[in-house]
Design a protein around this ligand. Structure first.
Ligand SMILES: [Ca+2]
Ligand SMILES: [Ca+2]
Length: 85
């Protein structure tokens, strides 16, 4: 095993945790509703006021990273998704 010190590795750990926090039904994928919830929360943390992303807005963002087209983000897709935020 390679020693894991890279920032990439650190980021993955963080994103793993984030992913699990928002994967409410624990099916290993983030649905539109789960991503919506996450985007609302992140926006609030960043900007300090609430916004409700509409479903189609969430889907538009997700669609760019949903590589297998199942309208869910799995972990790999989520890593790519997060880089865009
Ligand atoms: Ca889920
Ligand atoms: Ca997918």
């Amino acid at each position: 095993m390679e020693h894991a010190t890279s920032s990439e590795e650190e980021m993955r750990k963080l994103l793993d945790k984030l992913f699990d926090d928002y994967d409410l039904d624990k099916d290993g994928m983030l649905s539109v509703e789960e991503v919506q919830n996450m985007m609302n929360t992140i926006y609030y943390k960043l900007k300090g006021h609430k916004i409700n992303f509409k479903k189609w807005e969430v889907m538009r963002v997700m669609a760019k990273n949903d590589q297998n087209g199942d309208i869910n983000l799995d972990k790999e897709e989520f890593y790519e998704f997060y880089k865009m935020l």
